[in-house]
Design a protein around this ligand. Sequence first.
Ligand code: URA
Length: 291
Amino acid sequence: MSTAAQLLKQHLLQRQFQGVTHIAVRPEAFDKLGMLGRKPVTREMPEAPKPIAVESAPAARAILDNPPPETKKAGLIEVAGSTIEEKLAALRALAETWEPARAMNSLRRTMVFAVGDPHAKLMFVGEAPGAEEEKLREPFVGPAGQKLTAIIKAMGLDRPQVYISNICKFRPAMDNQGSGNRKPTVEEMHACLPFVLTEIDLIKPQVIVALGATAAEGLGIPGSVGSLRGRFHLTSGIPTMVTYHPSYLLREEKMGDGIRAKRQVWEDMLQVMEKLGLPISEKQRGYFKGK
Ligand code: URA
């Protein structure tokens, strides 16, 4: 496909996620775009995914907790490429100028995509990049990232063996930002959600770890970490452990009482290791025994 056709295809996909349902395109142009499996854009397009509800009625919550498979597929982005690597590269390129995120004007412009092995069995999902991540254009490289890297090491893995991503691909903007960071809003998460869902669909990890309540909510698992951790939930059918965000561990450490939260995260990671069939030594099992 020519560059012009690729750009037009990107533009059409972005408009579709913005909820635009009709765009006039000549049938020959549509054929040239090779939008396989999609209805011609001159006809009605599928509905854009609905925003994630924060405070929803019990019935709506039940749907959020257990969306039917076809609902989950709704947020995916179709990308060209014959390998996972090629498809991820196309997805990353699309994220660079993602109009639904840019149009909000509340997210900064530097896109931070993901890092790690596209064939990883284990995928970590955080909330959004911070100052360090934006500078290096890599998720989890600041203080919270160092904590996450230490957790991965304690599991007997190296950082390049896992895949690390965020719900939101842009650092949320603040007045007088400096090095300050804030959580993404529900609307900001919703604007970026198709990316992480498509990454999950391409990588098909055996286990996902949602770091913190914001990441869990973005994946459709609402609630507090305290109420969600310690057992597996499902994201697109993939077992998902919700645990405390590494920033929370750092905050607790600073307050002088980090052991309880660290032990809980480690118990969650032991369950993840068991699910993945990773070897667990006596030393690993006993890290927080008696603490
Ligand atoms: N916190 C996150 O949730 N993601 C990052 O990439 C860094 C910090």
